[in-house]
Design a protein around this ligand. Structure first.
Ligand code: F0G
Length: 412
């Protein structure tokens, strides 16, 4: 198969050449791959914040914690608004503007709304955000406000926001930018293409993503299948999806119905980004699991919090929802699904600074206070906690702390 008249070798060459170009379209880590994306009438009309081009990091100490020799993180939290949503939003916002829409809208757990608001502002479009009241982080809410979105906090959960938005879209000429939007999925494909390019088109054995509304797993899966069709890769990595135990609709759907019927759940998790009970793209995600031979797994709140601290201690950092990937990997290794000598890439979806509250509570030891997880947390998490200290303004006090920290260095 060919894309835009190119075979695999010429696509690889073309995409690489564009990395030295200073045209906005080529500087974007999404549009650099435009041969496999839907075409705009006029490429100059693309709305880009120079998204994509995110780093691939080695995670040696997390690898040791999980029991694999080659562990990497593709950090999609390094995108312009701090999450993977930007790669899809550049595409969908560009098509919304091409379609002449004045208004775009989404229901969100926070990252989609932040991203949509930014791209809409760049495109000169208005944006409407529906978010569950009190269930998204301040960082994400403040982004939507800063980028000028009309922001409604509804007295419901994410799934309720989706239902209301579906009705609004029926009644008003607004363009829906949730991840069911096909252009969003097309743009999000490029994370996988960029990853494979970075690995010289040598696929890892496993790619692991967090699962919420399941748009991202669908997009990455689609990219893998297309790359194989195009001859860019010769074998498929296994794509596995990890959910929080309290928001485990896909896990239950696979285990209880073999992927035939969605089992919606009432979602509860501190990882607000993936606090979703009825994922819209579940059918696509099931197909991707089947096509690539991936697994689904769920992790507890404490397992996720520990994994987040481990990623942070590697100097990378991410938001809680992203950390389910490492926690899930540990389980997949124990189950024998991931082997010690296999290569694994975690997709980190959001930046650490998206949810500083979670991190602060973790280090102060407040995260699970008064909850059913308190005992487990005390045992597992305390060694990782680094609470900030309040001292007199004296060098003596600071030196004492320094000496104590040196004596108790966990890396010794
Ligand atoms: N990680 C983060 C940081 C997210 O914000 C989301 C989804 C996911 C993972 C899950 O991705 O939905 O494609 O399976 N956030 C959406 C939002 C729902 O509104 O920001 P998914």
């Amino acid at each position: 198969m060919r894309a835009g008249g190119h075979d695999a070798a010429s696509l690889r060459r073309l995409w690489l050449e564009r990395r030295t170009s200073s045209k906005p379209l080529d500087e974007s880590g999404v549009w650099r791959f435009r041969e496999i994306l839907p075409a705009l009438h006029d490429w100059n009309q693309v709305i880009t914040l120079r998204e994509g081009n995110t780093p691939l990091y080695a995670l040696p100490s997390c690898g040791r914690a999980a029991g694999v020799e080659r562990l990497f993180a593709k950090h999609q939290g390094m995108n312009p608004t701090g999450s993977f949503k930007d790669t899809g939003m550049t595409a969908a916002a560009s098509f919304a503007r091409q379609g002449g829409f004045r208004w775009v809208a989404c229901a969100s757990t926070g990252n989609t709304s932040a991203s949509m608001a930014a791209y809409a502002a760049r495109a000169g479009m208005r944006s409407l955000v529906l978010i569950p009241q009190g269930q998204i982080t301040w960082g994400k809410l403040s982004q939507a406000l800063d980028y000028g979105a009309v922001t409604c906090q509804l007295k419901t959960d994410f799934d309720g926001c989706m239902r209301v938005l579906d009705e609004v879209v029926e009644r008003m000429p607004v363009y829906l930018l949730n991840s069911v939007n096909p252009y969003r999925l097309e743009g999000q494909k490029t994370a996988a293409v960029e990853l494979l390019e970075r690995l010289d088109w040598e696929p890892p054995d496993h790619i692991i993503v967090p699962g919420g509304n399941l748009g991202n797993s669908s997009a990455i899966g689609k990219a893998l299948l297309e790359m194989k069709e195009l001859g860019l890769i010769t074998r498929l990595p296994k794509l596995s999806v990890i959910q929080a135990e309290g928001a485990n609709a896909l896990v239950r759907t696979m285990r209880e119905t073999g992927g035939k019927k969605l089992i919606p759940v009432h979602a509860e998790t501190l990882a607000t980004a993936i606090k979703i009970g009825s994922p819209a793209s579940w059918k696509k995600a099931v197909r991707v699991l089947e096509a690539t031979g991936g697994a689904v797994e769920q992790v507890s709140e404490v397992e996720m919090a520990l994994a987040k601290a481990e990623i942070g201690a590697d100097g990378i950092g991410c938001e809680p929802a992203s950390a389910v990937t490492l926690a899930g990997l540990k389980k997949l290794v124990k189950l024998g699904f991931v082997k010690k000598n296999e290569s694994v890439v975690l997709i980190l979806t959001g930046n650490l600074l998206k949810d500083p509250d979670f991190t602060l509570k973790f280090h102060r030891g407040d995260l699970f206070a008064g909850t059913e997880h308190e005992e487990e947390a005390a045992e597992v998490l305390v060694p990782r906690q680094r609470a900030p200290m309040v001292l007199d303004a004296s060098a003596n006090a600071v030196v004492k702390v320094l000496e104590y920290a040196e004596l108790n260095d966990p890396r010794k």
